[in-house]
Design a protein. Structure first.
Length: 292
């Protein structure tokens, strides 16, 4: 019998995937340093914040993000059915997502919510975060939780998520964090609570502030080996390890400085740069020394 090999991509699906990538490329770029990625390589954060690369996210990454966002709404709605719990996903003062800010607005974090009356500590409000992951990652989470206990789980399972939790607690004024981990499709879930470790939270907060205050200083990278796990799939690997060209825009120019607002100021032309001007750059672009 002749073996039939199916195409990896249906042509209609391929068109849809390309459309998703184009839609993402057309959206405004992130303006701030995100606390959600503070546990990653500091050089990656710095280069991404300064728009050093024009490389956009691919479909699979965008689909995972979309799945996580939709899953968060599903999980929140289920938790809110429990009458003994109070889960707030919007700040009552603003009507928007809970936000924490530092460094003149250049450092920001957006919390999924705050939960009150958790049965394990009913008098202590917890920052709430939801993570939607593959079944294998959920199984790893459970294995660590069974072995090390829930308070040690998040750090061992995903260090980036743990740093995010620490910063949200620090800036939000909380002492506890509750992470709900759900499988893709939200058919299964588990959770852990995490305590604030103030000294370590302050360390990462200062590292973020330092990137803003010393914008011309390139931070250390997580590895000197481009084939290291964290570097292998990094979207700025080409610039960091392989000498790829840096994108031309105001953020990669030595004349531009972050100022409170958050805004950017051009010292050469003495003007505040709106987002469109930052992205476009100008003929006087002069690459930051650290990027050369």
């Amino acid at each position: 019998m002749t073996e039939i090999t199916l195409n990896e991509n249906d042509p209609a699906l391929a068109l849809a995937e390309a459309a998703v990538e184009r839609r993402e490329a057309a959206r405004p770029r992130r303006l701030h340093l995100g606390m959600s990625t503070a546990g990653r390589c500091p050089r990656q954060q710095w280069l991404t914040w300064l728009w050093a690369s024009n490389e956009g996210l691919k479909y699979k990454s965008l689909a995972a993000i979309d799945d996580g966002n939709r899953g968060e709404d599903v999980i929140a709605a289920r938790i809110q059915l429990a009458s003994d719990l109070t889960l707030m996903t919007r700040d009552p003062e603003t009507g928007r997502q809970f936000e924490v800010v530092d460094a003149g607005g250049h450092v920001r974090g957006h919390m999924d919510g705050v939960i009150y009356h958790h049965p394990s500590a009913p008098k202590t409000p917890h920052v709430w975060e939801c993570k939607v992951v593959a079944d294998k990652r959920l199984a790893e989470f459970r294995k660590i939780k069974a072995r090390d206990g829930q308070k040690a789980t998040l750090r061992q399972w995903n260090f980036v998520y743990w740093v995010q939790a620490q910063l949200y607690m620090l800036y939000g004024g909380y002492r506890r964090h509750w992470t709900v981990v759900a499988s893709a499709g939200c058919r299964d879930w588990d959770a852990c609570r995490t305590d604030l470790e103030r000294d370590e939270a302050e360390y990462f907060a200062e590292r973020l502030r330092s990137m803003v205050e010393h914008v011309d200083e390139m931070p250390e990278r997580i590895s000197e080996t481009p084939n290291a796990l964290d570097c292998r799939w990094c979207d700025v690997r080409g610039i960091c390890h392989e000498g790829a060209a840096v994108a031309v825009n105001c953020r990669t120019c030595r004349h531009a400085r972050p100022v409170d607002g958050p805004q950017w100021h051009c010292g050469l032309h003495d003007e505040i740069l709106d987002v469109e001007k930052q992205a476009a750059g100008c003929g006087d672009h002069d690459l930051r020394e650290a990027m050369r």
